[in-house]
Design a protein around this ligand. Sequence first.
Ligand code: OOB
Length: 535
Amino acid sequence: MEGFTPWPEEFAARYLAEGYWSDRLLGDVLSGGDPERTALVAGDERLTYAELDRRAERTAAGFARLGIRRGDRVVVQLPNTASFVVVFLALVRIGAAPVLALPAHRSSEIGYLCELSEARAYVIPDVHGGFDHRDLARSLSVEHVVVDGDAQEFLALADLTSDLGSSIAPGLAPGAEAVSYERPDPADVGVFLLSGGTTGLPKLIPRTHRDYVYNLEASAEVCGFTSETVYLVVLPVAHNFALACPGVLGVFAKGGTVVLAPSGSPDEAFPLIERERATVCAVVPPIALLWLEAASWSEEDLSSLQLLQVGGAKFAAERAAQVPGVLGCAVQQVLGMAEGLLNYTRLDDPRELVDTTQGRPLSPADEILVVDSDGAEVAPGEVGELLTRGPYTLRGYYRAPEHNVRSFTPDGFYRTGDLVRVLPSGHLVVEGRDKDQINRGGDKISAEELENHLLAHPAVHDAAVVGTPDPVMGERTCAFLIVRDQAPTLREIKRFLKERGVAGYKWPDRVELVETFPRTPVGKISKKELVASLR
Ligand code: OOB
């Protein structure tokens, strides 16, 4: 695929020879499950492996009949519904790569993703969280808009397969539909994930079938998933953590059960844990904190929970230590990234390591370097920037040659921008960040992207966006503005960003007006000083 950077030949050969890569495809991830067992619970729907497989296959055929085929891209923006899972599996089966947008994204993000990926289709809910996605779709120029629900002038997801459905004789084996399609190659790009981003525009991360299959299978192994696993999804299922670390796909690979929750709110998640006897859940730190609070007054029985995975942002050691006592389950820290590298504390690690570290690399083939600002390796145990390379870490962002020069070393290591130190055990401790990004409770915000939006406001002369420490979210977003005349209020800034179609999680929590920005010796805005000025 043009715009995709493959692994160099010698690395690919090694990953294959050493068994990290296989020929298994993302679309075949259901094949190990017992057909009669429950694969997916979402709202009122309960689907067995056989039923989910049949729905995925019909939908695959429906997309194929639309003319979507191997190598195409399709922007998928669906919330935590069965349709997400069905559409994802359908697209990867026909080799069309889903571009996984988050439900919170709006026209600014979606328009850009559609353009960059030259998407052939855009798949949406009708209305979600009070937002009408069909209105957004009307502002785009994509060939096919597929709507889960009331489609209006667009194509309904249900209709994509309906006339096919009626032509299938009852009892016909699943997959026996007349529509045929080309299967992807394991080396093809299977899915595009979104980068948290540090640049003006979001970047796309191509994940091949074989690297992502390894990602989810190895993760399922390390996390001890089995056919008895009941995995509750509370994060957006389109996020790498909930999708494949081990996530929904890791559960399927082991034949377990996935339960989709609309959010991580204890009101919604706790009753589902009780009703479905959920055994494992992945959360970001703010949700973990909420659960630690809520467990004391909640009435629900959470005793089925065995493991709480916490990642996406730093989880304080004192809080991690509380999890077993308060929630009655083990905790696992996860330092992951959509770009690839995953670090997990292991289920049999001593408590001390589980509480105080962000885990160690998933794969024996993960290569880790910790370097200083000159790119030289630091002494063992010292803090430096984490660089990595391995069998499921990208070698380049999609169609972004100029960023790739900066984001990768000449020998292919990805510069994570995370400041870490490595313990003798190989466990990593995150000590900070050297990238122009705000990590707002696991949601990543590119400072430059937000600054560019703010600069478009007529009253804003200059803008600098920083993260400020927050006990619950880890960080919140503060926009320092130099204004021309009439200073806009925080509310006006939010309204302005909403009208520009910027996702709500990127709106600043706070606006500070200043006359000038402090500068570093080389003349760059000193964000450190800006943050310090708030104390
Ligand atoms: C996950 O993925 P992304 O792509 O949203 O964000 C990656 C970045 C990392 O580079 C790091 O800066 C931060 O998020 N991060 C953490 C962390 N986990 C991620 N920082 C401190 N402590 C942690 N435990 O966030 C992600 C992907 C897969 C699994 C889990 C998280």
